[in-house]
Design a protein. Structure first.
Ligand SMILES: [Zn+2]
Ligand SMILES: [Zn+2]
Length: 238
């Protein structure tokens, strides 16, 4: 039983606990009878054989799904599409990808009418699908790298960009805020009438005024800073 399994192509991932193989490229679990077809048709790989696959303990997708439903929520399967919020019926535990489907289900299966009453019988929870939008199951909450309040505060302070920072950017932002941290409150409290958040958010936006790019310069050198400030006022105000 502990024999070494024949190698799979790198994009195929075997989940022995669920008896399934999923394709990372196509982000879906593969029907156990269609794995070879999939590999040949979509990946033009002719080296995998039926004999290789026979060494793996593979269940039908329906059976794998049943197995998962019994122990859900499970940790998200990284090979599949990212978890998304779905709806679980509190009455029969069935899962639905959209609020519309959830409401349809509550009306048709449980004779509950009215959005408020329907929504009260559904729990929002992260779910994944084994294949397309079929074989839904619940997954555990994705781990949060930072408390949301902290993240929001940081990004507002610095206004580096409007987008949500990736973990890598967060690290950079943390370093930046350590560097420029002490000078920030001073700059923010300048009673010049200049809109500081706007000024801070475009350190690279004015190629003709390289001095603006240096935040410490703004705070520690009043002369050039105020000069720059008055120079840039019309541009910033428009
Ligand atoms: Zn594939
Ligand atoms: Zn139900």
């Amino acid at each position: 039983m502990s024999s070494i399994l024949p190698p799979l192509p790198p994009y195929l991932v075997y989940y022995p606990q669920y008896g399934l193989i999923a394709c990372a490229t196509h982000q879906q679990a593969l029907y156990e009878t269609k794995i070879l077809d999939h590999v040949i048709k979509f990946h033009h790989n002719l080296s995998l054989t039926e004999a290789d696959l026979a060494s793996y303990r593979l269940l039908s997708l329906a059976t794998s799904h049943h197995l998962i439903l019994e122990i859900q929520p499970i940790p998200p399967l990284p090979t599949l599409k990212l978890p998304q919020n779905g709806y679980q019926c509190k009455l029969c535990k069935s899962l639905h990808l959209s609020q519309r489907r959830s409401r349809d289900h509550l009306r048709e299966s449980h004779r509950i009418t009215g959005y408020t009453a329907q929504d009260a019988e559904a729990t929002i929870c992260p779910i994944q699908a084994l294949e397309g939008s079929a074989y839904l199951f619940r997954v555990t909450e994705p781990r949060l790298s930072l408390p949301t309040t902290l993240t929001r505060k940081r990004s507002r302070e610095l206004s580096l960009s409007g987008s949500v920072p990736s973990p890598g950017q967060r690290l950079k932002i943390a370093t930046l805020s350590q560097l420029v941290g002490p000078s920030q409150p001073a700059a923010l409290s300048q009673p010049t009438g200049l809109s500081q958040p706007t000024g801070l958010s475009q350190p690279t936006g004015s190629p003709s005024q390289p001095g603006l790019a240096s935040q410490p310069g703004l705070a520690s050198q009043p002369g050039p800073a105020s000069q720059l400030g008055s120079l840039s006022l019309p541009g910033l105000a428009s």
